[in-house]
Design a protein around this ligand. Structure first.
Ligand code: MEV
Length: 465
């Protein structure tokens, strides 16, 4: 593997001779850190950052994944002002992107003016897919599987007695015969829908898929290959809706009418153009993913499901749309949200447990409804910014603070340095380094006047290098 440059402008070489490290998993966490530190020539500070203890204890992280060497933290904030189905929520959101929390909090505030969000979720059905090859006559195989529906459901339930005791269990069987992609036999798939209650359900459903496969083989006379859930959880949709009084959308010089028109135009653009729809949906996921992450859920599954759902018509489309209805701007969103509030990571990650507690320990359906509302809020805030003075002003203002910190600004100078680089339209590491030297130089000169001392400012902006 070749050496790569640091991304922070330092140009310091960092690399590893070989990524092949047999037995790495057998080392203790400290041994792994030491090994990585040697291989990558980590500085003392870098090693210390791997040891930094946040909400997730290292011992827990070590049990969660293989080859653990530390934890990586991202800010956990609260999306404020949410009124969802008449209930107040401060929504925990784990996200590194500046402005997301401010944006959703703004949009939630605007939505409150007309009662906030209404949101709901389907029953929590996840779907197992069982692929059968060499099944012979597709019609006959389909018939035999559907005739055995009750037997298949009973077998699936027998694999999860405690789920059944909690009110969940297998609900339906479906057979799909899909046109051959390559001129060979058509693709034969059995779907088994399972109500997973408050679990995310991946493990439950995968056990079902594997457990019923022999029966499916016996019924079809074919050979089962894949047995796995689908992340296109389209039996597990969540929806949210809000109405914003047009006057609430006014922004500085722009009238509410004008801003609403811009948001509606943005929605039309996303409807018409998959290139725009992708970015539109990214703005939605800016709100959804942080909730998914904060609550210890699988955001890759949610992302996969959301985008597959967005493309369900054959053309990639927006997950949320906006239209004007009389004196209101009306927004709606619908997307699959496979979220759990019990089991898995949730049981072991203290921050995820806390996030759920902050949400009132919701059911999985309620959590999905909250995440959908957060996504709609995030979308609205982005479209409003885009419809007025663009995304950069607010976004870069916050980003500037991260850049100032990266350039080594001490906490009490971060805001001043950030303001200077925004003003100079130079929100870069070098710009912040120069601004910091100026600010620190002025501060030192002032101290000199008062104390008569001199200062070595060589370290300023060098980030300790
Ligand atoms: C940036 O993270 C998200 C936006 O690009 C979303 C959008 O364009 O709608 C601002």
């Amino acid at each position: 593997m070749t050496n790569t440059q640091d991304g922070d402008g330092a140009g310091r070489a960092a690399g590893i001779r070989s990524a092949w490290m047999p037995g790495f998993y057998k080392l203790t966490m400290d041994e792994r850190v030491a090994r990585i530190a040697r291989a990558f020539e980590l500085s003392r500070d870098e090693v210390a950052s791997l040891h930094a203890s946040g909400a997730l204890p290292r011992e827990v992280a070590d049990r969660m994944v293989e080859n653990a060497i530390g934890t990586m933290e991202i800010p956990l904030g609260l999306g404020l002002n949410f009124l969802i189905n008449g209930r107040e929520y401060a929504v925990p959101m784990a996200v590194e992107e500046p402005s997301v929390l401010a944006a959703v909090s703004f949009a939630a505030k605007a939505a409150r003016a007309a009662g906030g969000f209404t949101a709901e979720a389907d029953p929590q059905w996840m779907t197992a897919q069982i692929q059968v090859a060499r099944y012979g006559d597709a019609g006959r195989a389909r018939e035999r599987v559907l005739e055995a529906r009750d037997e298949l459901l009973a077998l699936a339930d027998s694999l999860h007695p405690s789920l059944v005791a909690r009110g969940g269990g297998a609900r339906d069987v479906e057979v799909r015969v899909l046109p051959s992609p390559d001129g060979g036999e058509d693709v034969f798939v059995v779907h088994l829908h399972v109500d997973v209650q408050d679990a995310m359900g991946a493990n439950l459903v995968n056990t079902v898929a594997e457990g019923v496969a022999p029966l499916v083989e016996a019924l079809t006379g074919g050979r089962v290959y894949l047995r796995i859930l689908t992340n296109l959880a389209d039996r597990r949709l969540a929806r949210a809706r809000c109405e914003i009084p047009v006057a609430e959308m006014a922004d500085r010089g722009a009238s509410g009418d004008d801003v609403c028109e811009g948001v509606v135009q943005a929605s039309r653009f996303a409807d018409a153009d998959p290139h725009r729809a992708a970015t539109h949906n990214k703005g939605i996921m800016n709100g959804v993913d942080p909730v998914v992450i904060a609550t210890g859920n699988d955001w890759r599954a949610v992302e996969a499901g959301a985008h597959a759902f967005a493309a369900r018509s054959g053309r990639y489309s927006p997950l949320a749309t906006w239209r004007r209805v009389d004196e209101f701007l009306e927004g709606t969103i619908e997307l699959p949200l496979a979220l759990g509030t019990v089991g898995g990571t949730l049981r072991v990650h203290p921050a995820a447990r806390l996030a759920l507690r902050l949400l009132g320990n919701p059911s999985a359906g309620k959590l999905a409804a909250i995440a959908a509302a957060t996504g709609l809020a995030s979308n609205l805030a982005a479209l409003r910014a885009l419809a007025t003075d663009g995304i950069q002003r607010g976004h870069m203002g916050l980003h500037a603070r991260s850049v100032a910190v990266a350039a080594g600004a001490p906490m009490h100078l971060v805001d001043r340095v950030a303001a200077m680089i925004v003003e100079a339209r130079e929100i870069t590491f070098d710009g912040a380094t120069r601004a910091l030297a100026t600010v620190a130089g002025a501060a030192a000169a002032l101290t000199d006047v008062v104390t008569g001392e001199s200062h070595d400012l060589a370290h300023v902006g060098s980030h300790g290098r």
